[in-house]
Design a protein around this ligand. Structure first.
Ligand SMILES: [Mn+2]
Length: 329
């Protein structure tokens, strides 16, 4: 196998590659695994087992809230000891996103994010121009001429629903394919939604994080743009989302943890779609300046930085970058 190969939008080549894999592999996905990451891991594990490849699923640290229910459907492991000699990395192509897991020498990457991470230099990388990885896994089943059971389809459709932001960022193609699976398997939308919907009001610590985030928030008005910056120690993504709901155009939440600093950003849909200023772009620019691993979409993005990074400098740069992009001052 040649290292560093990049194969774009080719399910057929991916299926051939899978046939040549060892009989035992690990599926490794990104930190704080979201619904699409967990769903595609489960969908792939079940497909592999149908073609005689035994696999386990390894997540580097935590599973995001909305993916908790789905993660109960297969055993998920969290330890380096479980990583086998060949790994299939799903839904990311960056070493940073799978740390502290150390990947073995051999493996492949299957991802659908446009920005390529450093792993694509080490592993053969299959990159798909899709709005979710779960859709790629459904296509893979089709390519093998196999039909997943209804439960697996429900899991994969929930990955699609989640990664497209309840279809807000969905392509027409995704909607059509999604509908076809619903028809074929006689699935109602609530069955899919029930798999991923989390009732925030049940979670006291999440509500506390949101309230603290609001209490500590700095509000900056840059021309017609309202920017909110705050600090909380956990639920960064959820808090960032809640600040946009409160009225910010774009929000940044800085979380100082034991070994790193995390930044989560969210922005209003219209803002990210208008292409003027968006979370993904600013996070990308911050990662160029401050190093660290980051990524995401225009409406939601995050970055993990070294613990030594100055929070004050970070906040200052966020505002400066927005000013530069908007041509202010
Ligand atoms: Mn994804």
């Amino acid at each position: 196998m040649e290292l560093g190969d990049l194969i774009v939008d080719d399910v057929k080549k991916l299926s051939k590659e899978i046939l040549s894999l060892p009989r035992e592999v690990s599926i490794v996905t990104h930190r704080n695994a979201d619904v699409d990451a967990v769903s595609s891991s489960i969908g792939l594990k079940r497909l592999l087992s149908r073609i005689g490849i035994e696999s386990n699923i390894v997540v580097p640290d935590t599973i995001s809230k909305s993916a908790r229910a789905i993660s109960q459907e297969e055993e998920i492991q969290f330890s380096q000891d479980e990583v086998r000699e060949f790994s299939i990395v799903l839904d990311t192509s960056s070493t940073e996103h799978v740390s502290p897991i150390q990947l073995p020498r051999r493996g492949i990457v299957i991802d659908h994010h446009s920005s390529q991470g450093d792993l694509s230099r080490k592993y053969k990388t299959f990159l798909f121009d899709r709005d979710s990885l779960s859709m790629v896994i459904l296509d893979l089943w089709k390519e093998f001429g196999m039909k997943p059971d209804r439960e697996t389809v429900l899991i994969l459709l929930s990955g699609i629903l989640s990664d497209t932001g309840n279809f807000r960022f969905s392509s027409a193609e995704t909607l059509i394919q999604f509908g076809k699976y619903m028809m074929e398997y006689e699935i109602r939308m609530h069955e899919i939604r029930d798999k991923i919907e989390v009732k925030d009001e049940d979670d006291l610590s999440l509500r506390m994080a949101k309230l603290k985030g609001a209490q500590r928030m700095e509000i900056h008005r840059l021309d017609d743009l309202i920017v909110a910056i705050t600090e909380v120690s956990s639920f960064g993504g959820e808090v960032a989302k809640s600040l946009v709901k409160l009225g910010a155009d774009i929000s940044f939440v800085i979380s100082e943890l034991k070994e790193e600093i995390r930044i989560s950003s969210r922005c209003r849909d219209e803002l990210s779609l208008s292409g003027r200023v968006n979370s993904g772009e600013i996070i990308r620019m911050l990662s160029v300046e401050f190093g660290g691993g980051g990524g995401g979409h225009s409406g939601a993005a995050g970055l993990i930085l070294r613990r030594e990074t100055s929070k004050e400098k970070l906040k200052k740069r966020i505002l400066e970058i927005i000013r530069e992009i908007r041509g202010l001052k």
